[in-house]
Design a protein around this ligand. Structure first.
Ligand SMILES: *Cc1c(COP(=O)(O)O)cnc(C)c1O
Length: 424
């Protein structure tokens, strides 16, 4: 099938959009009918119970979003490590924190909210997540670092077990950003249960959604209680508004919690749909010079986003600056920009891989640590990666494919044909 025979999709094929089932509305309606329309109510209590049970941790704290959860993780960890800061200071003031590099910036922005300095750890080519060897290197260079923030990419767990061991060896705490990995497991253990503090997300495009929302996960009841207090403006137990520390307005709404409560009933079904999409891409693209997201031994991903990387020898010339991308079309070769533009032409949505943090203008002065040592983060255009900059290389050659769980097999077959046509 050539490009010319493929018709544009009438309805857009999304990267990942909310999938509702009806029962969500019943819980929302109940909140409405009983007038629990604020940040207190049965839906919130139930979300906390279900989230903790589902992630196999003792406590979940329901919050307005995962970024808020990560902020409270960072703040808790900071106070535990370095003591309570002065009111106008962050809990990590001037402290280095080792962070995932190839991720959404919400993973580590909260480190900066608390005055910390992110140091970026390169990605492992075999698992597309934080490279344990680079993390070891980082501890060699900075043995005093006491906090690591590690994200699980696209719902495919990396070596969070090894990352945890390395943290323990060096007396460091681990924050696990499982925003994308809800329901995924490693050695049969749920993502979100590895960190000393973890966070999950119910953002609109995640595996289940409340339109927004997130949870902080922990086994420590004091951390959970503290996070609940901070999230509701840090009121002290007094008849009036009494305050001893800075607070936030981070609590989840009982209406949003109603949606999430309903969605949890479909988490397994969504994972099965996402797996079917991933398997169909593997089969449909198997004759092309590409590789899909790697699956680490003894992990069960949630398959949130199917992504692929183009073999080096089949990349046409592609140049990206801070805001634009250009490529030169070449027979038998392609690049993420060409595939994404072609998908868009047919009304289907893909996305580049998360642009690594060390390549972001905001973090250009921060350190970036690879297996072979330390480097300054890069400023501008992509500088040819190779073994010493795995993240830049995956960003250069990789892309996320339409992974919406309402996409039909027929529609996905057309997407596969469109991708194939880019190699012609
Ligand atoms: C979505 C996401 C977040 C943020 O989640 P919100 O609920 O939107 O705040 C954080 N980290 C990662 C890796 C994400 O994908």
């Amino acid at each position: 099938m050539g490009k010319t025979e493929i018709k544009k999709f009438e309805n857009k094929i999304w990267l990942a959009s909310p999938t509702m089932h009806g029962v969500e509305m019943e819980y929302v309606q109940k909140a409405y009918d009983t007038n629990w329309m604020s940040t207190v109510g049965e839906n919130i209590n139930e979300v906390e119970r279900i989230a903790a049970q589902s992630a196999e941790v003792k406590h979940a704290v329901a919050l307005s979003c995962c970024t808020a959860a990560l902020h409270l993780c960072v703040k808790s960890a900071g106070e535990r490590l370095y003591g309570k800061p002065a009111v106008s200071h962050g809990a990590l003031e001037g402290k280095r924190v080792f962070c995932s590099d190839m991720t959404f910036d919400a993973t580590l922005n909260p480190v900066v909210y608390e005055g910390g300095i992110p140091v970026f750890i390169d990605t492992e080519a075999e698992c597309w997540n934080m490279d344990p060897a680079a993390l070891e290197k980082a501890f060699e260079l900075y043995p005093d670092v006491k906090l690591v923030v590690c994200a699980e990419l696209y719902g495919f767990p990396g070596r969070i077990d090894i990352i945890k061991e390395i943290c323990e060896k060096h007396g460091a705490l681990l924050i696990e950003d499982a925003a994308e990995a809800m329901g995924a497991t490693l050695h049969g253990k749920q993502c979100g249960s590895f960190g000393d503090y973890s966070a999950i997300s119910y953002n609109g495009n995640k595996i289940i959604t409340g339109s927004a929302g997130g949870c902080l996960l922990t086994n420590d009841i004091e951390v959970a209680n503290k996070a609940r207090k901070w999230s509701t403006q840090a009121r002290e137990n007094a008849p009036w508004y009494q305050h001893e520390e800075v607070g936030y307005n981070y609590r989840m709404s009982n209406v949003v919690a109603g949606v999430i409560r309903g969605q949890y009933l479909y988490l397994k079904e969504h994972i099965a749909q996402k797996k079917a999409i991933y398997d169909r891409y593997c089969e449909g693209l198997k004759d092309l010079p590409v590789q899909m997201n790697p699956i680490v031994d003894d992990t069960e991903p949630n398959y949130w986003l199917s992504a692929m990387i183009i073999d080096k020898d089949y990349m046409c010339k592609q140049v990206r600056d801070d805001t634009n991308a250009l490529y030169v079309s070449e027979k038998g070769k392609t690049c993420p920009t060409e595939i994404l533009e072609t998908l868009a032409l047919y009304n289907a949505e893909g996305r580049p891989i998360w642009k690594p943090m060390h390549m972001q203008p905001m973090y250009r002065m921060h350190e970036f640590i690879t297996r072979s040592g330390s480097a300054r983060a890069k400023t501008n255009a992509y500088i040819s990666g190779g073994a010493s900059d795995v993240g830049a290389d995956i960003f250069e050659r990789g892309l996320c494919l339409p992974s919406d769980n309402k996409m039909t097999a027929e529609q996905q077959d057309i997407i596969i044909e469109i991708i194939k046509s880019c190699f012609e």
